[in-house]
Design a binder for this molecule. Structure first.
Ligand code: SF4
Length: 109
Protein backbone atom coordinates (compact mmCIF):
# COMPACT_ATOMS: atom_id res chain seq x y z
CA UNK A 1 0.00 0.00 0.00
CA UNK A 2 2.79 2.44 0.96
CA UNK A 3 4.71 1.41 -2.12
CA UNK A 4 1.65 2.29 -4.24
CA UNK A 5 1.31 5.68 -2.54
CA UNK A 6 4.98 6.38 -3.04
CA UNK A 7 4.77 5.58 -6.75
CA UNK A 8 1.68 7.75 -7.10
CA UNK A 9 3.44 10.68 -5.41
CA UNK A 10 6.52 10.14 -7.53
CA UNK A 11 4.47 10.17 -10.75
CA UNK A 12 2.62 13.33 -9.66
CA UNK A 13 5.93 15.12 -9.12
CA UNK A 14 7.27 13.88 -12.45
CA UNK A 15 4.24 15.30 -14.22
CA UNK A 16 3.89 18.55 -12.28
CA UNK A 17 7.47 19.78 -12.44
CA UNK A 18 7.74 19.75 -16.27
CA UNK A 19 4.48 21.68 -16.57
CA UNK A 20 5.87 24.52 -14.43
CA UNK A 21 9.38 24.49 -15.88
CA UNK A 22 11.54 22.88 -18.48
CA UNK A 23 11.39 19.16 -19.17
CA UNK A 24 15.10 18.69 -18.44
CA UNK A 25 14.86 20.29 -14.99
CA UNK A 26 11.74 18.30 -14.27
CA UNK A 27 13.38 14.97 -15.00
CA UNK A 28 16.38 15.87 -12.85
CA UNK A 29 14.11 16.83 -9.95
CA UNK A 30 12.15 13.59 -10.23
CA UNK A 31 15.27 11.49 -9.83
CA UNK A 32 16.37 13.49 -6.81
CA UNK A 33 12.98 13.30 -5.10
CA UNK A 34 12.72 9.57 -5.62
CA UNK A 35 16.13 8.91 -4.07
CA UNK A 36 15.43 11.17 -1.10
CA UNK A 37 11.93 9.76 -0.59
CA UNK A 38 13.00 6.13 -0.29
CA UNK A 39 11.94 4.98 3.16
CA UNK A 40 12.55 1.29 3.80
CA UNK A 41 11.43 1.04 7.41
CA UNK A 42 7.69 1.57 7.84
CA UNK A 43 7.22 2.63 11.46
CA UNK A 44 3.48 1.98 11.21
CA UNK A 45 4.25 -1.75 11.02
CA UNK A 46 6.67 -1.81 13.98
CA UNK A 47 6.09 -2.69 17.60
CA UNK A 48 6.94 -0.14 20.29
CA UNK A 49 10.14 -2.03 21.13
CA UNK A 50 11.21 -2.09 17.49
CA UNK A 51 10.72 1.68 17.26
CA UNK A 52 12.57 2.13 20.53
CA UNK A 53 15.53 0.08 19.25
CA UNK A 54 15.80 2.28 16.16
CA UNK A 55 15.69 5.41 18.29
CA UNK A 56 18.28 4.03 20.72
CA UNK A 57 20.63 3.24 17.85
CA UNK A 58 19.86 6.64 16.24
CA UNK A 59 18.89 4.98 12.96
CA UNK A 60 18.45 7.27 9.97
CA UNK A 61 17.28 6.40 6.45
CA UNK A 62 20.13 8.51 5.08
CA UNK A 63 23.64 8.21 6.48
CA UNK A 64 25.34 11.44 7.54
CA UNK A 65 28.61 9.88 6.32
CA UNK A 66 28.60 8.47 2.76
CA UNK A 67 31.54 6.22 3.71
CA UNK A 68 29.46 4.54 6.45
CA UNK A 69 26.16 3.30 5.09
CA UNK A 70 24.10 0.23 5.89
CA UNK A 71 25.07 -1.46 2.63
CA UNK A 72 28.68 -1.55 3.86
CA UNK A 73 27.75 -2.67 7.38
CA UNK A 74 28.34 -6.20 8.65
CA UNK A 75 24.76 -6.39 9.96
CA UNK A 76 23.09 -5.52 6.63
CA UNK A 77 21.71 -8.06 4.16
CA UNK A 78 20.46 -6.99 0.75
CA UNK A 79 17.04 -8.37 -0.16
CA UNK A 80 14.94 -8.77 -3.24
CA UNK A 81 12.54 -6.10 -1.91
CA UNK A 82 12.44 -2.48 -3.02
CA UNK A 83 15.71 -1.37 -4.60
CA UNK A 84 17.95 0.17 -1.97
CA UNK A 85 16.33 -1.68 0.91
CA UNK A 86 17.61 -4.64 2.87
CA UNK A 87 17.42 -6.06 6.36
CA UNK A 88 19.46 -5.48 9.49
CA UNK A 89 20.33 -8.08 12.13
CA UNK A 90 20.21 -5.36 14.81
CA UNK A 91 16.54 -4.86 14.00
CA UNK A 92 15.70 -8.57 14.19
CA UNK A 93 15.82 -8.83 10.43
CA UNK A 94 13.51 -5.87 9.78
CA UNK A 95 14.13 -3.47 6.94
CA UNK A 96 16.90 -0.95 6.71
CA UNK A 97 17.87 1.43 3.94
CA UNK A 98 21.09 0.58 2.07
CA UNK A 99 21.95 4.27 2.36
CA UNK A 100 20.99 4.43 6.04
CA UNK A 101 23.10 4.41 9.18
CA UNK A 102 23.03 3.88 12.94
CA UNK A 103 25.51 4.02 15.82
CA UNK A 104 26.09 0.24 15.60
CA UNK A 105 27.61 0.55 12.13
CA UNK A 106 30.41 -1.98 11.73
CA UNK A 107 32.47 -2.42 8.57
CA UNK A 108 32.04 -5.66 6.67
CA UNK A 109 35.12 -7.84 6.98
S1 SF4 B 1 23.59 -1.99 12.30
FE1 SF4 B 1 22.99 0.11 11.82
S2 SF4 B 1 24.40 0.72 10.18
FE2 SF4 B 1 24.42 -1.52 10.30
S3 SF4 B 1 22.89 -2.23 8.81
FE3 SF4 B 1 21.90 -2.06 10.80
S4 SF4 B 1 20.99 -0.02 10.82
FE4 SF4 B 1 22.52 -0.06 9.20
Amino acid sequence: MDKMTSRREFLKKCIQVPIGGSVVLGLAACGKDEAAALVCANENLMTASEKSMRQTLKYTETSPDPAKTCKDCAFFKATTGPAGCGTCEMFTGKQANAGGWCVSWSAKT
